[in-house]
Write a protein that binds this ligand. Structure first.
Ligand SMILES: NC(=O)c1ccc[n+]([C@@H]2O[C@H](COP(=O)([O-])OP(=O)(O)OC[C@H]3O[C@@H](n4cnc5c(N)ncnc54)[C@H](O)[C@@H]3O)[C@@H](O)[C@H]2O)c1
Length: 475
């Protein structure tokens, strides 16, 4: 076998799938080292190491001047969170949709803040925003796909730190470029995985770090959230439906995976090794879109019956022999869950149904004991900011906790909780699971974006706080 690409085509043939599917949103590293041990599809791990961004702390910024690219539903929410913080100036916004810009300016006016400079008019107006010398941090919330990585890379090259929505990359080529750009420019690229800041996830992270669960053996994670993605949004931009039309596998892995990756010290003592991924057929989207297309020509381009399977299940194995079962389902009417089951040698935790339970041995602890454990192990960030975060809100407070923490770290010159390697490796499950599914659920290697540094990279210390705590404005 001379190249991975050839190996992959062979695997695809064995899996009984046509090679036609390969053009749909996948990218390949034909130069990668051949490896076919245990039928594992290898991907390019041969990049040379650069400056290690784990633990990187940028010089303190007294005031963080922020520019927002994409102020739709999520971007506007992210901007609103920032309006509450002292030490933040919202300098500029960029969007291609006029009513989104109006809504963002109204939000600033409502919060008694000056209007932001506007960049609009072209699909790449974001470049001018990135070049604006009055901005330190670019917050990105445009539709998923190639724009997340493209804007992140351009922003870092312009000397800006980046806070980008999930997932940060859609292909492995993009992933490597994001990593290499962060290392060359020494700019932060933090994927804004808000679920890492939910209270039960933070509690279990701290418990795991204190050894409560013993050795972690396995975790269940997922994103199961019923959404009728064939309905037209206000701007008629059907990017969610289109994404499901052209991709398969787990297209949105990080909400469940981020918190368990932190608990398992992924990239900080262990790393993802490989996965196998399997999808159900599509029992819903194709038929629903065909029905809509019968009466509404708007849906004709979407009437292709090429939709991803409704439920995807991936199993990830780490180098140190731990496993993660990761699910994705947004199209069947199930109860919302991110699973978050942590299984260790001494105990376990399970978040859903909320508010979550902890077990020692094979018994759930009672409510009194749960309250005691919560008091004992809840990390200092929740004790300090948790009540304020609940009041300001954003998915129950986790969005504010994350935003506060990002700004506070930048203002105090602290490393961020989610570094560029975490951001891309959690996101890489999207293209890697797609390769596995298209190949007939073959095992596919997950690249080591740290290039060996995972063995010695310390974990990010969520209890390390800056000396000057960022406060909330009186509005
Ligand atoms: N972390 C979370 O909980 C969470 C929740 C929802 C969405 N998201 C992520 O946020 C991102 C945006 O999702 P959304 O629900 O806000 O989508 P949306 O469609 O409501 O908003 C996207 C915005 O980007 C703008 N846009 C599109 N192309 C652009 C371009 N070239 N330049 C500038 N602006 C452009 C659109 O006009 C729109 O205002 C997605 O990546 C999604 O995965 C994260």
């Amino acid at each position: 076998m001379k190249t991975n690409r050839r190996h992959f085509f062979k695997q695809v043939a064995l899996g009984g799938l046509g090679a036609a599917g390969l053009s749909l949103g996948t990218s390949f590293h034909a130069e990668a080292a051949p490896k076919s041990k245990n039928n594992l599809l290898s991907v390019n791990n041969k990049r040379s190491a650069g400056f290690n961004m784990c633990g990187f702390a940028a010089p303190k910024l007294d005031t963080v001047r922020v520019g927002f690219v994409g102020v739709g539903s999520r971007g506007l929410g992210n901007m609103r969170q920032m309006t509450y913080l002292e030490g933040v100036q919202i300098k500029a916004i960029c969007d291609i949709t006029a009513f989104r810009i109006d809504e963002a300016q109204k939000c600033l006016a409502d919060q008694k803040l000056p209007a932001a400079k506007v960049y609009t008019g072209k699909d790449d107006s974001w470049k001018a925003l990135c070049e604006d010398p009055e901005i330190d941090l670019i917050s990105i919330a445009v539709p998923r796909g190639p724009l997340h990585a493209a804007i992140s890379i351009y922003a870092m090259k312009c000397g800006k730190h980046v806070a980008v929505e999930v997932p940060v990359i859609a292909t492995l080529d993009e992933a490597w470029e994001v990593v290499e750009t962060a290392e060359k420019t020494r700019r932060h690229c933090m994927m804004m995985e808000n679920c890492c800041y939910d209270f039960f996830e933070l509690l279990t992270l701290n418990m795991a770090r204190q050894g409560f669960f013993g050795d972690i053996i396995h975790a269940d994670a997922g994103y199961i959230h019923y959404q009728e993605i064939y309905n037209k949004p206000r701007d008629n931009n059907m990017w969610r439906l289109h994404e499901s039309q052209i991709h398969t596998g787990n297209i949105y892995p990080t909400h469940g995976l981020g918190p368990v990756a932190q608990i398992m010290n992924i990239n900080h003592g262990d790393r993802f090794s490989f996965l196998v991924s399997m999808s159900s057929n599509d029992f819903k989207l194709g038929d629903k879109v065909a029905e809509l297309a019968q009466t509404d020509p708007f849906y004709k381009p979407y009437d292709t019956h090429t939709y991803r399977g409704n439920i995807n299940t991936s199993i990830i194995r780490t180098v140190k022999g731990k496993t993660i079962m990761l699910q994705h389902d947004t199209t069947s009417p199930r109860i919302y869950t991110r699973l978050h089951v942590i299984s260790g040698t001494l105990g376990c935790a399970q978040k859903y149904p909320e508010p979550g339970r902890i077990a020692i041995g094979h018994e759930w602890v009672n409510d009194t004991k749960l309250a005691e454990l919560t008091e004992q192990y809840m990390p200092v960030i929740v004790k300090r900011i948790g009540e304020m975060a609940k009041q300001i809100g954003g998915h129950g407070g986790m969005d504010f906790l994350m935003t506060w923490r990002l700004i506070d770290c930048l203002r105090n010159g602290l490393p961020l909780d989610i570094d560029v390697y975490d951001s891309v490796s959690w996101s890489s499950i999207m293209p890697v699971s797609e390769r596995s599914v298209r190949g007939g659920s073959i095992p596919v290697e997950i690249p080591d974006f740290t290039r060996g540094a995972w063995k010695t990279n310390p974990v990010h210390d969520i209890s390390r706080m800056g000396e000057n705590a960022t406060t909330v404005r009186k509005i």
